[in-house]
Design a protein around this ligand. Structure first.
Ligand code: S3P
Length: 173
């Protein structure tokens, strides 16, 4: 990719960060990494299993360690984060230190919840609608800190969103 810009995609669970990242990588002909996938590979354990075994606080430490390791070792231009990654100040600091532009994929709660409910991915921090709703409300103030905000409108596909990011953030297509 000619463009030097590197981005992280953040946003609530179920908003479509990983799919948008894949489409964006296709459009820009570059690599992308999903932080959850990287953690699974490094820790040799599923995210849900780590969360259930060691609890959220320890999972966050593992997540931060892996984020640091990934960004030190890899020049990846597109990184999709887990829904909670960006809410941790240290993670935002690491991401900024590596000159990433942050992009918040913003959507309404119902849209995220429908995707969470029907997804194959197990999400122990969103076991029911009330728990997910509380997290959704708590996290908005952190997602707001991202450099770019893209609202996922009803009927918008992940590909549509990726195209918009390619046009507006990367000035491509
Ligand atoms: C989490 C989101 C998940 C995963 C873990 C914790 C969160 O990723 O990292 O279950 O705290 O929001 P997705 O956002 O891809 O579901």
């Amino acid at each position: 990719m000619e463009n030097e810009k590197r981005i992280v995609l953040t946003g609530f669970m179920g908003v479509g960060k990983s799919s948008v990242a894949r489409h964006l990588a296709y459009l820009l002909r570059c690599e992308q990494v999903d932080l959850d996938d990287y953690i699974v590979e490094q820790e040799k354990q599923e995210i849900a299993c780590i969360l259930k075994t060691v609890g959220e606080a320890q999972f966050r430490r593992i997540e931060t360690e892996n984020l640091r390791k990934l960004l030190q070792a890899n020049n990846v231009p597109i990184l999709s984060l887990g829904g909670g990654t960006w809410t941790i100040a240290e993670n935002r600091r690491i991401i900024k230190k590596h000159d990433f532009t942050s992009v918040w994929l913003e959507s309404n709660f119902e849209h995220c919840w429908q995707n969470i409910k029907f997804s194959k991915k197990e999400r122990p921090l969103a076991k029911n609608k009330l728990q997910a709703r509380c997290l959704f409300d708590e996290r908005e103030k952190f997602y707001c800190l991202a450099d770019w905000h893209f609202i996922i409108k009803p009927g918008f596909t992940s590909f549509d969103t990726a195209k918009l990011i390619a046009e507006e953030v990367f000035c491509k297509i």
